[in-house]
Design a protein around this ligand. Sequence first.
Ligand code: PEP
Ligand code: MN
Length: 360
Amino acid sequence: MLVVMKAQATQEQIQAVCEAIERLGFRAHPLPGAQRTAIGITGNQGEMDRGNLEELPGVAEVIRVSKAYKLASRDVKEEDTVIRFAGTDAAIGGRSLAIIAGPCSIESREQAMAIAELVAASGAQFFRGGAYKPRTSPYAFQGLGLEALRIMAEIRTRFGLRIVTEAIDNETLDLAAEWADVVQIGARNMQNYSLLKHAGQLRKPVLIKRGLSATLEEFLMAAEYVMSEGNYEVILCERGVRTFADHTRNTLDLSIVPAIRRVSHLPILVDPSHGTGKRDSVLPMARAAVAAGADGILVEVHDHPEKALSDGPQSIYPDQFARMMDELERIAPVVGRNLPRGGGYATESALQSIHESKRH
Ligand code: PEP
Ligand code: MN
C-alpha cells in the first residue's frame, strides 16, 4: 500500500500520516520525490485495513502496489534514486556515471596503493577492494580482513576515493560499514535474507550483486529486504549469470539494465569483469553496458594481474582502464549521460605513467 501526498503537503502532515500508519501496526517509509512525497507501507501480510488514511490532511490518494517489490518500485518513487557522498561530488545514480575500480582483493599495502594511485589518475571516483573474499575453495586466499579495511581507509584520504568493499556475514558487515563508504553484498549472498536485513539497519549505501541464478524479481526482492528495514540507499549490480555458455565465466545479462530501469528507481551498475571472466571482453562489455543505460561500471583493475591472488585473468591493466575511461567519456553523452572525472586526487607520477602508456 502506498499513500501519495499532495504536492503542497507540509512536513507536519507527512509526519502525521506516518504516525497514523504506525498506529495501525505497520511501518511507514516516507520517500520524497521531486513533485510529491509518497509513503510506502510495509508489514502488512495480507489485505490491509486502510483506516482513515485517505481522509488525513495532505493526502492525495491511497493506492495498492501490486508488485512484490514495493519500496524498490517506480510506483512508489518515480524519479531515479541518486546516492550522494557528503563532502564530495561523487554520486551513484542520476545523470553522471559512477565508476568503481580496483583489484578483486587487497593483497598488500603496496599493491593496493599502486592500483589506487593509477585509478585515481584516470578519474575514477570509487575504489573497490576485497577484504573478505567469498571463495569457492576454502584453500584459496580469503582476504586480509581488517588489515585490508585499514589500507582502504588510507586510500580514501590519500587519493580522495570513496571505498567499496564486500561483507560476507553479519560480523564483517559491521566492520565494512565502519571502514568503507559502500558495503557490497556479493552474488552468493544475494538471498541471504538475515544479512540483507542487517544491511537494512546500516546507514551506509549497500551495493547488491545479482545472484548467479536470480530473476529480476528475486534481485529486486533482495533490495526490498534492505529497504524494508529503513535503508533506502541501495545500488544494484549485474555481474553475469550461469548459463550453458562456456566461452565466458558467466553470461553478462545486459538486457536486465533497461528492464530494471523501467520498474525500479534504484541505480543499476554493470560488472563486466565477473560478467565475462576475460580481460579482453571487459572493455567491449563496459561500452555496451553504458550504451544500454547502466548507471556505472564496477571493474577489476590490477597492475600485475598474472600475480593476482584472485581473479587475475579478468583484471584489466591500468592502461586499459585509462582507455576505458576515455571511451566511456565519449559514449556517455550519446545516451544522455556524462562521465565525471577527477573526483580523486591524481598524483603527477601516475598521470605521467598513464600518459606514457597511451603513447604505446
Ligand atoms: C567481487 O566483486 O570480487 C565478487 C566476489 O563478486 P561476485 O559476488 O559478483 O562474485
Ligand atoms: Mn573478484
